[in-house]
Design a protein around this ligand. Structure first.
Ligand SMILES: NC(=O)c1ccc[n+]([C@@H]2O[C@H](COP(=O)([O-])OP(=O)(O)OC[C@H]3O[C@@H](n4cnc5c(N)ncnc54)[C@H](OP(=O)(O)O)[C@@H]3O)[C@@H](O)[C@H]2O)c1
Length: 294
């Protein structure tokens, strides 16, 4: 019996790591498989599909601004209608901040793209993942509780639902917007709570689906690509010697094409290794004391 075509989708695929993931998927998947390069710039998507028209798998462009509340669900439904489901999803899109940005002004849009955009993708595409599927959220090594003051750990630890994750992110965003986050225990760099929120979302969804997913050969995980030379990092550092997006994409693609390691399920993975969610010596039952009410 002929194998069903595999369907992959990458968010934020117009440049940087997202584009490298599209290229890598198009090389590693087979003829007849489809890779959806998605983004918010239609002209750029057209250029990419033209450039990659000679790849093994077929590359298609699809408009997807992850900040649009209804778009993830709409696209998941569209792919289900066209193909019956989806096999590989890379949630990669990111809104960067620059050193000169006023974090209070940008944090609303930042959380909308990077965090609520992520939970919308998880909610929309999670139920559409076929047996053997992969749902990978591109986060960062900054996305662990080690980067957060212990008094804040329980905001993101062991949450039961994605709504709770969104509420935790929303409370942090509000604290940045009204200024109460400054001078308190929150990290000064908005990327840290945001990446912790992404990793927490993956952990939360994975805890709900673990048994069933492992039985079906499905992997849900977050990943750290390591430092790369992209527009995002160029705003902050001299990254001329950092990995290219193509180089950084290799371990992420390996994760997708190798058999599932149950030890990586739901975890944050960098170069094939799990990064601990909690700091050493802080198991769940000994984590930060509960917050006072109110
Ligand atoms: N660069 C690093 O060193 C580094 C390190 C650790 C983790 N990461 C993570 O790796 C991932 C990729 O980062 P990168 O460095 O490749 O970033 P990048 O070069 O800035 O690319 C970001 C991509 O996201 C897209 N995007 C932005 N807002 C969007 C929206 N609302 N809807 C859909 N797409 C949107 C951008 O599209 P436009 O072209 O339209 O702007 C672009 O295609 C991110 O999750 C990032 O946090 C990066």
């Amino acid at each position: 019996m002929a194998k069903a075509p595999r369907i992959a989708l990458v968010t934020g695929a117009t440049q940087g790591l997202g584009l490298a993931l599209v290229k890598g998927l198009a090389q590693r998947l087979d003829a007849g498989d489809v890779v959806y390069a998605t983004g918010r710039n239609e002209a750029r998507l057209k250029e990419i599909t033209t450039e990659l028209s000679g790849s093994r798998a077929h590359v298609r462009g699809e408009l997807f601004d992850v900040a649009e509340p209804e778009r993830a669900q709409h696209l998941a439904d569209l792919l289900a209608e066209r193909h019956g489901g989806v096999d590989i999803v890379f949630n990669n899109a990111v809104m960067g901040v620059a050193p000169e940005d006023d974090q209070r002004t940008v944090v609303g849009a930042f959380a909308e793209v990077n965090n609520f955009g992520t939970t919308r993708v998880l909610r929309a595409f999670g139920p559409r993942l076929r047996d053997g599927g992969r749902m990978i959220v591109v986060a960062s090594a900054l996305g662990t509780l080690s980067y957060l003051a212990p008094v804040l750990h329980d905001r993101f630890d062991e949450l039961s639902t994605l709504d709770e994750v969104d509420a935790a992110v929303g409370a942090w965003r509000d604290a940045v917007e009204d200024g109460s986050a400054f001078g308190g225990p929150w990290p000064a760099f908005v990327n840290i709570p945001s990446k912790i929120g992404q990793v927490a979302a993956v952990r939360t969804l994975a805890a709900q689906r673990r048994q069933d997913d492992l039985a079906r050969g499905v992997l849900i995980a977050s990943v750290c690509p390591g430092m790369m030379n992209t527009r995002l990092s160029q705003a902050w550092w001299d990254v001329r010697d950092a990995a290219t997006p193509d180089e950084a994409a290799v371990p992420l693609l390996d994760l997708v094409f190798r058999p599932v390691d149950p030890g990586q399920y739901g975890e944050l993975v960098r170069h094939g290794q799990v990064l601990p969610w909690r700091p050493a010596g802080a198991p769940a039952e000994h984590r930060a004391p509960p917050r006072k009410a109110g």
